[in-house]
Design a protein around this ligand. Structure first.
Ligand code: DX5
Ligand code: ZN
Length: 220
């Protein structure tokens, strides 16, 4: 059974050929579309916004996993639900009332995710883990694709896995940033369930093969 999932990050796609790249993911062994929304405030970069997500949603035939790297994400929960997001992930560091935000996301019919920056300790989720469907551990500092993987991630994954088990939660663990065929197996062995891969997939010469290999490695 292929229980470990692959989520290509559309940030690394060719925006001049977006439909082509979306169709490639549709036809591939990938499981989710990972969509990075950046506001230029929470992170030092601006990616794309609602009209682009709307266009992606029109063609995407797989789960849409939206990663919000924005301040005060509560303002846009309804909007992202209406744009077709299936999973909405907010940053722990951007939420003053995380518990309320998680409930608001679920009230809109989406799965609720929380992303942690590399400097944020897993133990901040001790009191909310049972309310979280997905924890996205950032294995790079958010804001850009193509950065190198931070090695400390493995111990964070293990710590999160231990928390999930101890609290009897059903939370999935997602890894975002610098994922390749080199670290995929070790991440899964540490407890990861979902691997986001941007440049590794879209900058490769045979994207379908790259996704297929990553999926095989993750489930080996
Ligand atoms: C970084 C984004 C990632 C990024 C991953 O802020 O959240 O999803 O697209 O890209 P790669 O796989 O190239 O590190
Ligand atoms: Zn992301």
């Amino acid at each position: 059974m292929n229980s470990k999932l692959i989520a290509p990050s559309v940030l690394a796609a060719d925006f001049a050929n977006l439909q082509r790249d979306i169709e490639m993911v549709n036809e591939s062994d990938a499981d989710w579309f990972h969509i990075d929304i950046m506001d230029g405030v929470f992170v030092p970069n601006i990616s794309f916004g609602m009209p682009v997500l709307e266009a992606i949603s029109k063609h995407a035939k797989k789960t849409i996993d939206v990663h919000l790297m924005i301040v005060d994400p509560d303002r846009y929960i309804k909007t992202f639900a209406n744009l077709g997001s299936n999973i909405l992930t907010v940053h722990y560091e951007a939420c003053t009332h995380l518990h309320r935000t998680l409930q608001a996301i679920k009230a809109e019919g989406m799965k609720a995710g929380v992303a942690l920056n590399p400097h944020t300790n897993i133990n901040v989720l001790e009191d909310t883990i049972n309310d979280i469907d997905l924890v996205c551990i950032m294995s790079v500092n958010p804001g850009f694709g193509g950065q190198s993987f931070i090695e400390n991630t493995y111990s964070k994954v293990k710590q999160l896995k231990e928390l999930i088990t101890r609290k009897n939660a059903s939370t999935r663990i997602e890894i975002d940033g610098g994922v390749t065929n080199k670290n995929a197996k070790a991440l899964v062995d540490a407890g990861a369930d979902v691997l986001v891969a941007g440049s590794y997939v879209f900058k490769s010469t045979n994207q379908l093969e790259t996704i297929k290999d990553l999926k095989l490695i993750a489930n080996s």
